[in-house]
Ligand binder design. Structure first.
Ligand SMILES: NC(=O)c1ccc[n+]([C@@H]2O[C@H](COP(=O)([O-])OP(=O)(O)OC[C@H]3O[C@@H](n4cnc5c(N)ncnc54)[C@H](OP(=O)(O)O)[C@@H]3O)[C@@H](O)[C@H]2O)c1
Length: 336
């Protein structure tokens, strides 16, 4: 056990990308667990675009992170001391640990950390069988209502959520699954390894005209992680009664205050289409069943997942920026 607790706190709100001045690494004593408490050591951090959203003083799913507060984020932490029924030293737990080495936890109905199933790898628990997999699953099945024969497009397709969303569509019998991603390596990976029908490199190709070629009868279901120009290109190519699932809009997270809306939204009217957002937190009570189904697909090889690990808590701010430059393929985690 280390003799100090390092923690990243929010020093100032970023104007665009996270800069060196945005967060400050502070060092303090390791917190002492009181009666009925346990001390957990953070081992892995989930690097999620939502963290960038919480850095702004704008409304979102959770309140903004306050200046001086520890950076909020999901992580996997190991119980290292316990005076608390239900937590044993060595247990791996998952929850909102924040970007720090140590966190105190109480056990109870509203406990912040839940114990992981034995043998479950932290990066899997945070990724394909965690928030990203759940988001892909419920976004594709419940919100998007993917149906056999659909022409499906997924943006951010080589990321943690998009890569799983596209594969779920394939498993469910979509006629075509078209991924939109940055760069030829990611596009090749989507088609050759994950079984997407085709992939569009939005950094090199004109997305709208490629979609018109690949989906001449239109897109039945668009699962959007990106927003901005890619959303507009998909709106321009919708089929009759198409569904547009708004999962995320990462292209505008660095400039939310000034971002414009989709120029082509009127296509929703002309195509009798539906566009709907969702927050995965509304589906907690159905996670277990979804994890069982996704887990079975993983085990049978019907779907695959990729994880990318960055080592060192001090590299977490840089890792967050990788999401915005496309420096990750699949689930990005920091191993502290
Ligand atoms: N609704 C929910 O409850 C929920 C839950 C989890 C996540 N989300 C959302 O899901 C989306 C994906 O999250 P994730 O955790 O799976 O991250 P991720 O997809 O693993 O990483 C983000 C990816 O976005 C792409 N990207 C970044 N800036 C872009 C831009 N300007 N234009 C096009 N692509 C861009 C990058 O890939 P390229 O190399 O392809 O550019 C990057 O790899 C995010 O929008 C996130 O907010 C929503």
């Amino acid at each position: 056990m280390a003799d100090q607790n390092r923690r990243f706190i929010l020093a100032e709100r970023p104007a665009g990308s996270v800069e060196e001045s945005t967060m400050r690494l502070e060092r303090g004593p390791v917190p002492e667990p009181g009666p009925g408490q346990a001390l957990a050591q953070v081992r892995f951090l989930s690097i999620d675009p939502a963290i960038r959203v919480w850095l702004d003083d704008l409304p979102s799913d959770l309140p903004p992170i306050a200046i001086g507060e520890v950076i909020r984020g999901l992580g996997v932490a190991e119980i290292v001391r316990s005076d608390c029924d239900g937590y044993e030293p060595g247990d791996l737990t998952l929850g909102l640990t924040g970007w720090q080495d140590y966190v105190l936890v109480d056990k109870g109905e509203h406990s912040m950390l839940r114990t992981l199933a034995p043998g479950l790898a932290p990066e899997t628990a945070l990724g394909v069988l965690g928030v990203n997999g759940m988001t892909a699953y419920f976004g594709m099945l419940d919100v998007g209502r993917v149906t056999e024969g659909d022409v499906v497009v997924v943006s951010g397709a080589a990321g943690a959520t998009g890569s799983i969303a596209g594969q779920i569509a394939r498993v469910k019998g979509a006629a075509k699954v078209i991924g939109v991603a940055g760069g030829p390596e990611k596009c090749t990976w989507l088609v050759e390894e994950l079984g997407f029908t085709a992939a569009i490199d939005y950094k090199a190709d004109d997305v709208s005209s490629r979609l018109a070629e690949l989906a001449p009868a239109g897109i039945d279901l668009f699962f959007d992680n990106v927003g901005g120009e890619i959303l507009d290109a998909c709106l321009a190519n919708l089929s009759e009664r198409a569904r547009v699932v708004l999962c995320g809009a990462i292209s505008v997270y660095n400039s939310r205050a000034t971002a414009g809306g989709p120029a082509n939204y009127m296509m929703l009217i002309f195509r009798n289409a539906r566009m709907e957002g969702f927050e995965i937190t509304n589906y907690f009570d159905r996670f277990e069943a979804a994890q069982a189904e996704l887990g079975a697909w993983l085990e049978s090889g019907a779907i695959d997942s990729a994880e990318q690990i960055v080592d060192g808590l001090e590299r977490a701010p840089g890792a967050l920026n990788l999401l915005f430059t496309g420096g990750n393929t699949g689930k990005l985690v920091v191993r502290t």
